[in-house]
Design a protein around this ligand. Sequence first.
Ligand code: NAP
Length: 473
Amino acid sequence: MLRVAVIGSGPSGVYTAQALVAQDRVPDVRVHVLDRLPCPYGLVRYGVAPDHEKIKSLQNSLRTVLEHERIAFLGNVEVGSDGISPERLGELYDAVVYCVGAATDRPLGIPGEELPGSFSATEFVSWYSAHPDAAAGGFALRARSVVVIGAGNVAVDVTRILARSAQELRPTDVPHGALGTLNGSRVREIHMAGRRGPSQARFTTKELRELGGLPRVRVVVKEAELSLDPAYADPSAHLRPALSSPPNVPPPTAAARRNVEVLRGWAAAGREGAGPDGPPVRTVRLRFFLRPVELLERDGRVAGVRFARTVPDGSGGVRDAGTYEDIGAGLVLRAVGYRGIPLPGLPFDPVRGTVPHLAGRVLRNGVPSPGEYVAGWIKRGPTGVIGSNRSCAKETVTSLLDDAPLLAGRRSASPDPVAALRAYGLRPVEWDGWLSIERAEAALGRSLGRERVKIPDWAGLLSAARSGGPVGA
Ligand code: NAP
């Protein structure tokens, strides 16, 4: 029997567990999926926006995997300095696969970044996703104008949540406190700014298009700004990239081409008028070629962002144009990507923010370390869609199975790992505990006249896990 621990129960961890039990090269594989939180599903529960119900419903297929007879979920188990060390885990399991994601946000590294009123998008997402580690004070949303820095899907997510009415979010599992704040939101203008052009934006077309369909939201783009991008100005550049682009310019991807088409449509329609649902309540301004250089301050708080205007450099990047633009804002959300953090006891590449690996095998001093593996964002960096984790997990599992003859019998003749974790002072939340949390969240929703509502704090989650009894909102 091969006993494997998978650390992290987001998509990469669950797909890894699934690949381990679905193969027949090593028939008797038992998998424990450990998570720091008492709840499974990682970013599907705590990162996918609440109004993206279809992607959220992926939890149903992840659940089927975690209910497999040879897989067990163990929540509330921290691996690292405040929990169990990788070294100790290596004594309990034949192999450990780290699927811990990219747990922090990438810094901008500009003056004013730490001013009150400036937050990473991760903090905002954690707040509206009821992550139990979200800052207790939450968000006030008293500012009329918000700047969102970045042109990726996270930037679009936070822009959309700020633009929507609380009424639209009520049927979702957004926590009740956040819903109340969103209901009283004074936000009217959301400026989302990318440092490069529309054809280099990282968001996907479905997410971009969704902004244009929000009730009572007008989306404003500037034709003159979009036209700075050669791939915007000349549609034939999209149709004949190999002919029209210089050899050092990467050809626009199909996604970039579709994004540009959407933006071109909005520019042509001059989206200034009232939408079909009545006069607009909020305006989303999509801006490009603006590189943030400083967060501006007034009375000790953020008052806006100073951007250097940029122009294309001819090879897919930008250079400063020599002029600046200040955009006033009482709230700034920095959505410039995630970053992995080192796990004590595991090697780490500080430049890439990932664990060095060879086809998923952790490399210690450049040499594969049998029994230690990585999958997901901590392996390949924070890119791709949820489905990208499937092939990534498969590659890692193939490496692990190739190593199986080396691994069997590697762990010490240890007792049941769950008992060992308990003896180590940890209090794992098992699958029944998670089902109790689910029931408590359904009951909380009913008591508030809503669908299931997430419990936003550790005490509430743990009390629900242990007893299924009453929990606080
Ligand atoms: P991302 O896709 O890497 O986008 C980061 C954005 O920040 C880019 O526009 C980047 O511009 C910009 N940026 C980076 N450093 C900057 C700086 N110093 N100054 C100004 N701008 C800077 O990251 P993400 O939006 O966090 O998304 C992470 C992953 O999650 C992606 O794979 C994304 O697709 C996925 N995701 C998907 C969904 C969905 O499917 N609905 C939702 C959320 C997240 P440059 O391109 O110029 O570097």
